[in-house]
Design a protein around this ligand. Structure first.
Ligand SMILES: NC(=O)c1ccc[n+]([C@@H]2O[C@H](COP(=O)([O-])OP(=O)(O)OC[C@H]3O[C@@H](n4cnc5c(N)ncnc54)[C@H](O)[C@@H]3O)[C@@H](O)[C@H]2O)c1
Length: 327
């Protein structure tokens, strides 16, 4: 029988890529999403995969798994019929624009949603994987960030709704591991980019790409010297699947340690899109982290994981996608 995997947030950017790769590996996937920031367009091609193959069935690669979609808000009780091997909890607004507009749904999905997803994993004896974030480190005083760093988060600032929701989700996950003996994993995801990000989700890569493709001013917040490390989606998905197969329950950073300034990424995108845009500077939002770079020693040793996709290579693929979306 094939491995059966529940993914919350499956209609989102990362969830849909994760679902697609796991289906390609022959797993059956049940995607749950309330479409708060996601879109069925991200998964419509997956739903057709569950159809029986044409007759006679073609010889060749492993048959793809079945995909089922359930529209449901995971802050409410989650019921799934039959066995489940993994619960991947990816549901949550993730871009600053989204979580600043949706502060209470963000806190609820991090707290109540994580509780319900853990409850499902416990009832099914499944392995639970939490999508956490580099934001648990806040505006870090340690650089690069190791998993042992406890972070520098302002709980009452506007970004606190996301950072603290994820910190609570991590604490809840570890409590289920320690108290109920559940097999749990926590992946701390650093800025990831790729096709299926929303044009207007406000994160640096989609914002710069959509402005550059329209030849509009490219807005950089601050003086552009703040740093981020950008991971291409296929590298992230590879890291998550390695984590699912690994032993151990401690959090693991997955991110590309190549650090880039925001100004540099804006210039690269303008150059690669052949745009006439110029860069304009706006004040830095409250509590915006100045630096961000993962220490990936743990991922290297535990998962033998290393990012493979160079920034420009990932940007080429992402720009191709945004060209089809930007009007
Ligand atoms: N993209 C990144 O760079 C990044 C970095 C760190 C962590 N993460 C984490 O990865 C996960 C996915 O991020 P993304 O970039 O794909 O964001 P996304 O907004 O594209 O996807 C999130 C999905 O969760 C769904 N969702 C939200 N609340 C829900 C609820 N109550 N019930 C059911 N579904 C709900 C949304 O509709 C959406 O489809 C999030 O948990 C996020 O915190 C992402």
């Amino acid at each position: 029988m094939s491995t059966r995997i529940v993914i919350t947030g499956a209609a989102g950017f990362i969830g849909s890529h994760l679902a697609e790769t796991l289906l390609d590996l022959g797993c059956d996937v049940i995607g749950i999403d309330n479409l708060l920031t996601g879109d069925t367009a991200n998964i419509s091609h997956l739903q057709q995969r569950g159809l029986p193959p044409p007759q006679p069935a073609p010889a060749g690669p492993i048959p793809r798994g079945d995909f089922t979609f359930i529209k449901h808000d995971v802050t409410n009780y989650i019921y799934i019929d039959g066995p489940v091997d993994f619960v991947l909890h990816w549901a949550s607004p993730a871009s600053p624009i989204d979580y600043l507009e949706l502060p209470i749904p963000t806190l609820k999905v991090g707290a109540l949603g994580t509780h319900k997803a853990l409850g499902l994993a416990k009832a099914k004896g499944a392995t639970f994987v939490l999508a956490s974030t580099s934001e648990v480190y806040g505006d870090p005083l340690e650089h690069p960030q190791k998993e042992t760093y406890w972070g520098n988060v302002n709980p009452v600032g506007p970004r606190g709704v996301y950072d603290e929701a994820k910190r609570f989700a991590e604490a809840m996950t570890m409590a289920y591991h320690r108290y109920h003996g559940l097999n749990t994993k926590i992946v701390r995801i650093f800025n990831t980019y790729g096709p299926r990000m929303r044009v207007n989700d406000g994160r640096a890569v989609p914002a710069f790409m959509s402005q550059a493709l329209r030849n509009e001013d490219v807005t950089v917040f601050g003086d552009g010297s703040q740093t981020r490390s950008f991971t291409y989606i296929t590298d992230l998905v590879d890291g998550i699947i390695r984590l699912m197969r690994s032993a151990g329950n401690d959090p693991v950073n997955i991110g590309n340690p190549r650090e880039t300034t925001i100004g540099e990424i804006a210039e690269t995108i303008i150059r690669m899109t052949g745009s006439r845009s110029r860069i304009v500077y706006r004040p830095l939002p409250t509590d915006d982290p100045k630096v961000r770079q993962p220490d990936i020693t743990r991922a290297r040793t535990l998962l033998e994981w290393e990012p493979k996709v160079a920034l420009e290579e990932g940007l080429v693929k992402t720009i191709a996608y945004f060209r089809t979306k930007v009007r």
